[in-house]
Design a binder for this molecule. Structure first.
Ligand code: GS8
Length: 217
C-alpha cells in the first residue's frame, strides 16, 4: 500500500516530508487538507493528529504526525533505498546526524519560522507583519548562522562530509526565507551560501520547491 500523506504542497512541514519521499523515490498519495475550511480541526482529522496540524502520514495501520518524526521514520524504514540519510552503519556519524537534526528544530527553526510566518504567511490571512518580531528573530537567526558558517567551514554538510537528514530538514523554511528581503543573511556567509545552493539544487527538493509558491512574484 502506498504511503498516504495528509497535507498541502505549500506547507513547509508537508514539504519536508515530500522531500524525503522524492529523495527515496517512493510512491505516495498526497491527500489535500482544507485548512481554510478548518478540516484539520474536525474530529476525523483530530483522530489522526490530536494537535490538529498538517502533515500526517499513514503507512498501513501506522499513523504519524510531526514532520521531523515522519522524515526520521522514512529515513529509517528506507535506509537502504537511495542516499543513506541517517548513516546507520556508523555510530558516530549517526549521532552527529541527530545532533544537527536537533540543531535545526531547536535553534534554527524557531527563528526562521517566525520570520517566514510574519513576512509571507501573516499577509495571506490579512494580518500585518510584526516588524518587532521579525527583527528579534533576525538577530537570533544571524547568531545561529554564525555557528553554521563555522561548522560548514570544516565539513561540507552539517553532520559531516555527507548529505543527511539534518540538511534535508532545513530545506522548506530556508526556501521561503530566501524570498524575503533578508536572504542576505545566508548569502553573506560564504559557507552557508554554498551549502544552501548545494542542498537546494538536489533534484528531490527541486520538485518540492516548484510547488512551494507562497511569496512568488
Ligand atoms: C508543525 C506542524 C505545523 O505547524 C510539524 O509537523 O513539524 N511541528 C509540527 N503545521 C502547520 C502548517 S505549516 O507547515 C499547520 O497545520 N497549521 C495550521 C494550524 O496550526 O492550525
Amino acid at each position: 500500500m502506498a504511503l498516504k500523506l495528509h497535507g498541502l504542497p505549500l506547507s513547509t512541514c508537508t514539504g519536508r516530508v515530500l522531500t524525503i519521499f522524492h529523495e527515496k523515490s517512493l510512491d505516495f498519495e498526497l491527500v489535500p487538507v482544507n485548512l481554510p475550511a478548518g478540516e484539520h480541526k474536525q474530529p476525523a482529522f483530530l483522530a489522526k493528529n490530536p494537535f490538529g496540524q498538517i502533515p500526517v502520514l499513514e503507512d498501513g495501520d501506522l499513523t504519524l504526525f510531526e514532520s521531523r518524526a515522519i522524515t526520521a521514520y522514512v529515513a529509517e524504514k528506507f535506509k537502504d533505498t537511495g542516499a543513506d540519510l541517517i548513516r546507520h552503519n556508523n555510530l558516530k556519524e549517526a549521532a552527529l546526524v541527530k545532533v544537527w537534526t536537533e540543531a535545526e528544530s531547536q535553534n534554527f527553526n524557531p527563528a526562521i519560522s517566525a520570520i517566514v510566518f510574519q513576512y509571507l504567511v501573516a499577509p495571506m490571512y490579512g494580518m500585518t507583519p510584526d516588524q518587532a518580531v521579525i527583527d528579534a528573530n533576525l538577530e537570533k537567526l544571524a547568531k545561529v548562522l554564525d555557528v553554521y558558517e563555522a561548522r560548514l567551514s570544516s565539513t561540507k554538510y552539517l553532520a559531516g562530509d555527507f548529505y543527511s537528514l539534518a540538511d534535508l530538514n532545513h530545506l522548506p523554511y530556508t526556501h521561503y526565507f530566501m524570498k524575503t528581503p533578508w536572504a542576505s543573511l545566508v548569502n553573506e556567509r560564504p559557507h552557508v551560501k554554498a551549502w544552501w545552493e548545494d542542498i537546494s539544487s538536489r533534484p528531490a527538493f527541486k520538485k518540492v520547491a516548484e510547488v512551494m509558491t507562497i511569496g512568488q512574484k
